[in-house]
Design a protein around this ligand. Structure first.
Ligand code: HEM
Length: 475
């Protein structure tokens, strides 16, 4: 510990010597889900670049973040190995850049705006199911108190089920489907085994959800032309077929990833979308509603914008994406929520692959750099009144503040490894928020706990946020 604290090549980096000398505190805070409370404090005490474990440095300097994520684009950290579900890298876990490039090229068009618009009816179907369940709960449980956190969690799972696996998990109706439970357990195990690797011998991963992914691929293929659907699974299956065709035709696909794009691999990538796409959207949705309910003036303003945009819709019909996708206040409300509660609050880990000096700091090969969004998102220097929820700051004509600077805000990461599901997520978030705000009057239920735990994503420590909801009757 003494050697780590005082004689390690990273010891000149500011930070608490005791914390920096061992992984104990990192493990303690991460496993308790409370590290996000300490990280800002550490930066406040020691500055924008802070050593937080023997080999790990948290960085909250926008120019260094650009260097780490974009300019040099350091590879993802070895920590991601824990996401190699079958011992092979996948889109999320890939550290090998050439493998990653070819896999992303194969998968990315499925997340292009054009293709995504074709999955809109599937999202609508799930959102419609949500409204029915909320209405049912409101009828059954006057005075209309709803745990919106639970509804958002279940809805985000169902949307991924419907759009990625070709079948909803129907969690909005009941908790019976095994996959979400297996997934929750596996994520907990992953966190644990990042710090305590030998736990894998005592509590091995439950990989049954991986078999579910493969079974969905098999089932889709077996159903032939009649079973075709416009969803992400179909896109991946078609991409596989196209890759094989190219190879057979002599014009062998330039990348190896196609040949390796087996049914099993497609199933695993689908599970990756489930892990990366369900909890993230759930937490953003819950926090956005929470902020709006606590700021009724903002909620009224958002509703006016939505009412105007959907004025010609027949009563009871859901807003279409075309109607809402460019609404500035709707986007501002979501952006502002992701600023205050970024998903990757503990930082985006990248490994330095050779000895380097960045901004006069020396980092030996093997250092893990955490690009920390939380610190920048909450910085008064870049976001005046940083602790306040002010969606107007995202609308140039309305913002009382200077424009948001590059690399001070990156809720979806940045550079080559930016979230592939960003367009998907924004579409989902806009559709859900617009529908709820148009359909219900919502009110705060005071005196609830709002503290968060942060594992892969932030979530409410109690797992609950109750709001008062009432079906809206338009004047
Ligand atoms: C509001 C919702 C979302 C947020 C805030 C979010 C945020 C992020 C962030 C910060 C990363 C970088 C993580 C890292 O480097 O460790 C990421 C990566 C990723 N996200 Fe999202 N995400 C969201 C929704 C989704 C959805 C809906 C999907 C898929 C359906 C998805 C799929 C992925 C994948 C596959 C990656 C890895 C990309 C790569 O490494 O190239 N995300 N996301």
């Amino acid at each position: 510990m003494i050697s780590n604290a005082f004689f390690h090549p990273l010891s000149p980096i500011p930070g608490n010597k005791l914390i920096a000398s061992t992984r104990f505190f990192e493990a303690l805070l991460s496993l308790s889900g409370r590290a996000h409370y300490c990280l800002p404090l550490t930066h406040k005490l020691y500055g924008k670049v802070v050593r937080v474990a023997p080999n790990i440095v948290s960085v909250a300097d926008k120019d260094m973040i650009r260097e780490i994520l974009v300019t040099t684009d350091y590879p993802k950290s070895a920590i991601y190995q824990v996401f190699d579900f079958d011992g092979h890298e996948n889109l999320f876990s890939a550290r090998n850049k050439s493998f990653y490039k070819s896999r992303r090229r194969l998968v990315a068009p499925a997340f292009g705006l054009q293709y995504l618009q074709s999955v809109e009816p599937l999202m609508h179907k799930c959102i419609d199911g949500l409204l029915q369940e909320i209405d049912g709960t409101l009828d059954a449980l006057p005075p209309g108190q709803i745990n919106i956190n639970s509804f958002m969690f279940r809805l985000s799972l169902d949307i991924i089920g419907e759009t990625v696996f070709g079948q909803s998990f129907e969690t909005i109706k009941d908790d019976a489907h095994p996959v979400p439970h297996q997934l929750e357990k596996t994520i907990k195990q992953m966190m644990q085994q990042t710090f305590i690797p030998w736990m894998k011998y005592i509590d091995p991963f439950d990989f049954s959800f991986r078999d579910f992914g493969a079974a969905c691929v098999k089932q889709r293929k077996a159903s032939g032309e009649a079973g075709r659907r416009v969803d992400l699974l179909q896109y991946l299956i078609d991409a596989q077929a196209k890759g094989r065709e190219d190879s057979n035709g002599g014009s062998k696909h330039e990348d190896m990833a196609c040949e390796e794009f087996t049914d099993k691999v497609i199933g695993i990538e689908a599970c990756v979308f489930l892990i990366a796409g369900a909890d993230t959207a759930h937490s953003v949705m819950t926090f956005t509603l929470m902020f709006l309910i606590k700021h009724p003036d903002k909620l009224i303003k958002l509703r006016s914008e939505l009412d105007l945009a959907t004025a010609t819709n027949p009563c009871g019909s859901l807003p279409t994406y075309e109607q809402i996708r460019k609404l500035p206040y709707l986007t501002g409300c979501i952006n502002e929520s992701m600023r205050l509660r970024p998903t990757a609050a503990l930082g985006i880990p990248r490994d330095v692959d050779e000895d380097v000096v960045i901004n006069n700091y020396y980092f030996p090969k093997g250092t893990t750099l955490l690009a920390s969004p939380l610190q920048l998102h909450l910085s008064e220097e870049y976001f005046p009144q940083a602790a306040e929820y002010i969606p107007e700051r995202w609308i140039p004509d309305e913002s009382p503040f200077p424009p948001v600077q590059d690399f001070t805000y990156y809720p979806f990461s940045a550079g080559s490894r930016v979230c592939i599901g960003k367009n998907f997520a924004m579409m989902e978030l806009r559709l859900i928020l617009a529908t709820l705000v148009l359909s219900y009057d919502m009110e705060l239920v005071p005196n609830q706990r709002e503290d968060c735990v942060q594992y892969l994503t932030p979530s409410l420590a109690t797992g609950s946020y109750i709001i008062k909801m009432k079906r809206r009757h338009k004047e």
